[in-house]
Design a protein around this ligand. Structure first.
Ligand SMILES: [Mn+2]
Length: 327
């Protein structure tokens, strides 16, 4: 049995899409799809080592999946691995073919595009936009002579497919990533999908705009020179959109830190807590991890960090700490 294991975001889905569209011409490959929400990257362990004869792995860190990979290689299963995340030590095995490049300006779909000599380059451009590789996507689009309008449409499509991957679990998503892959695989050219009335492009666009409109109506908790804080509901729409919404806020006011606060509904009536997501100002990408780590259940990177369960009575202290740090 063949397995296709891929991240549920635009980059993972479109990497597989290119490979399968290319293979369609030669032979139809039956496969078992293994994927999940964007954050779910421990996917390779879901492959049954006793059933697998070959595995394609796309857009998930090799380092984070090395144990499962080694099990497959020991069983002499052929693995084709393409990725741009941290790889750690790549195992030496005649069963493993890997295309790994951790350059900050490439992504899995661009690596697959090179591998296929640009056979489905419009899809690769879509994925690069979706994976936030703006410069690489534009450069490739210019090279292929796409107009500004065409670039804009592929960019939109990439963003919508990427947006579909965000949620706490696949129940939050509009489309299971495996289902989205199946739907997209009918289109060798993304412009056919975009031009078709009522297609998945238009369905995702409508859903995206509805979620973003809800987010923009959310309560503003703090807005001063140093930071802006908004509260989102603990509901599927908020979990789908919070990442994209955070990006939009940060781009709109790059000198401020941004805090998104979500009430943990399950803690109501007990000790109420909040999930906190903090982005350092775009113009001063530091300190977020340290600030969050100084509160219980907090941590993260310098530019973006969070607190999983901030006790409600500490919320005021948290805002004060952020304002003080960035003033
Ligand atoms: Mn990626």
């Amino acid at each position: 049995m063949h397995y296709d294991v891929f991240n549920g975001d635009a980059d993972g889905i479109i990497a597989l899409l290119q490979l399968r569209l290319s293979q369609k011409k030669t032979y139809p490959k039956e496969s078992t799809l293994v994927t999940g929400v964007k954050r779910d990257i421990s996917l390779l362990k879901k492959v049954d080592v006793n059933l697998a004869t070959s595995v394609t792995v796309l857009d998930i860190s090799l380092e984070k999946n090395s144990e499962a990979l080694n099990c497959l290689l020991e069983k002499k299963v052929n693995v084709f691995y393409v990725d741009h995340h941290r790889a750690g030590d790549i195992p030496h095995s005649s069963c493993l073919t890997s295309l790994i490049d951790t350059d900050a300006n490439t992504c899995t779909s661009l690596l697959v595009n090179n591998h296929l000599n640009g056979e489905f380059v419009n899809w690769a451009i879509t994925a690069a936009f979706g994976d936030n590789m703006e410069a690489s996507a534009q450069a490739l689009a210019m090279q292929k002579g796409l107009s500004g309008e065409q670039q804009g449409l592929l960019r939109e499509l990439g963003i919508y497919i990427n947006y579909n991957g965000y949620g706490r679990s696949v129940d939050d998503l509009h489309f299971h990533p495996a289902q989205l892959f199946e739907k997209l695989s009918c289109y060798a050219n993304p412009f056919d999908l975009i031009n078709e009335a009522g297609s998945i492009f238009h369905q995702l666009k409508t859903a995206y705009q509805a979620d973003m409109a809800q987010a923009k109506n959310s309560a503003v908790l703090v807005d001063n020179e140093q930071l802006s804080a908004m509260q989102l509901a603990d509901e599927p729409w908020a979990r789908r959109v919070s990442g994209v919404f955070g990006n939009e806020l940060a781009n709109a006011s790059p000198a401020k830190a941004h805090v998104v606060v979500t009430l943990n509904e399950s803690t109501l009536n007990e000790d109420t807590t909040y999930t906190i997501s903090l982005r350092a100002p775009l113009k001063n990408k530091q300190g977020a991890g340290d600030i969050c780590a100084s509160f219980p259940t907090g941590g993260g990177r310098a530019a973006a960090a969070g607190v999983n369960a901030l006790p409600a009575e500490m919320l005021g202290d948290f805002f004060a700490r952020v304002a003080e740090y960035y003033s």
